[in-house]
Ligand binder design. Structure first.
Ligand SMILES: Cc1cc2nc3c(=O)[nH]c(=O)nc-3n(C[C@H](O)[C@H](O)[C@H](O)COP(=O)(O)OP(=O)(O)OC[C@H]3O[C@@H](n4cnc5c(N)ncnc54)[C@H](O)[C@@H]3O)c2cc1C
Length: 341
């Protein structure tokens, strides 16, 4: 590791007093950043330690939603969400990620900003446009079994690894930020991440020194919820394909549907085309197939990940059919904000 200095953040108001430059990084749980520093992929000259940040580890339940402090750990959030029926998909996603020890340490802000798990991003002996712009993308013609099929470019096909972000996207969450100048701004999660395009090193819309202060989840995602993650091992593994979904049927009609896909996009994937086809229409296998086919029309594969469109299709169908089935088995629950765990 390279030498670095450490500053401490005591409160949100301290941001303006920090000495921030392009080589400064916020240190939350450190479960990703410290690894990247050990591999010399991140070489900050200065860290801002967030562990003493007062008030950032709280979860507030308001009349309209939930405000999750940036330093709330993945364990705390999973436990909280488990008790809130309309956040069930979030709890399931968090509990499917990493391990207990990691979740005890990992934070809400850090989880959103964790870097890709592309093998070539971690291998400093190989070209990688995300790590070193202009060097090339080794995954395009190399091992790309875990790589993206949506939102790719000639520059980069790495997936975003977060399970939590996929669930938060389905729940229509937004990210609250304090800028280095002390200004507050809110960014819808659906607008937060950047596909690689010509600048794969830029992964989100944050500017230098921006601090994530909290995540806001509006109440009111309706219907039964499910997060389904397909991975190589039952724990300690990132998603090959995942689907976060909430579905509410009114008789046979889709009254409300929320969806997001993980493991398939260079960013947590919001399937706009599929949602447009589903919303307000009569629920049927044919409708589900039409929706996923429309979304998959934009998919691009690279050899070893040719299996992903088919896998995503099957996982999507399975999740949606099981959600519909669960509602039919629970007459009277169709209109409730309830999840049947
Ligand atoms: C073996 C292993 C398995 C894993 N499996 C999974 C998995 O299956 N699913 C999954 O989703 N994740 C998985 N993870 C990743 C884990 O969830 C992340 O490492 C963790 O969420 C990062 O949070 P952190 O608080 O430790 O972030 P840090 O490592 O402290 O920071 C990560 C990044 O976020 C920035 N940052 C942190 N907080 C803020 C803030 N408030 N404002 C601005 N910037 C900030 C840091 O500067 C850094 O760039 C795994 C990790 C490991 C090591």
């Amino acid at each position: 590791m390279n030498p670095f200095s450490v500053q401490t953040l005591g409160s949100e108001g301290d941001v303006e007093k920090l000495n921030l430059d392009a080589q400064t990084r916020y240190l939350a749980g450190g479960t990703n950043l410290v690894d990247l520093m050990k591999h010399q992929i991140e070489t900050p000259v200065s860290l801002v330690d967030l562990s003493e940040w007062e008030g950032a580890s709280e979860i507030e339940k308001t009349g309209n939603g939930y405000r999750i402090g940036a330093m709330v750990t993945n364990t705390e959030l999973a436990n909280f969400a488990w008790r809130e029926p309309s956040l069930s998909v979030l709890s399931q996603a968090l509990l499917s990620g990493a391990t207990v020890q990691l979740r005890n340490r990992a934070t809400t802000g850090g989880n959103l900003l964790q870097r890709t798990r592309c093998y070539y991003f971690y291998d400093t002996a190989k070209p990688c446009n995300k790590r070193e712009p202009g060097t090339g993308c080794s995954a395009l013609t190399g091992m790309n079994r875990i790589h993206a099929i949506f939102g790719t470019s000639e520059q980069c096909i790495a997936t975003h690894p977060s399970d939590m972000a996929v669930a938060l996207m389905a729940l229509n969450a937004s990210v609250s930020v304090k800028t280095a100048m002390g200004k507050n701004r809110d960014i819808a999660l659906r607008e937060f991440y950047c596909t690689p395009g010509e600048t794969p090193e830029r992964e989100n819309v944050l500017e230098q020194g921006d601090l994530i202060t909290s995540v806001y989840i509006p109440a009111g995602t309706r219907g039964t919820q499910h997060y389904y993650k397909v991975r190589d091992r039952a724990s300690y593994a990132f998603a090959l394909v995942s689907v976060a979904a909430a579905l509410e049927l009114n008789e046979e009609t889709i009254h409300s549907v929320s969806l997001s896909f993980g493991g398939v996009g260079t960013i947590p994937w919001y399937p706009k085309k599929a949602l447009e086809i589903l919303q307000g229409n009569k629920f049927s296998v044919q409708l589900l197939e039409k929706a996923i086919d429309a979304e998959l029309a934009d998919a691009k594969t690279f050899g070893s990940n040719d299996f992903k469109p088919g896998l995503l299709r099957r996982v999507f169908l399975s999740v949606m059919l099981s959600l519909a089935q669960r509602q039919k088995k629970q007459p009277g629950h169709e209109g409730a904000l309830y999840e049947n765990r």
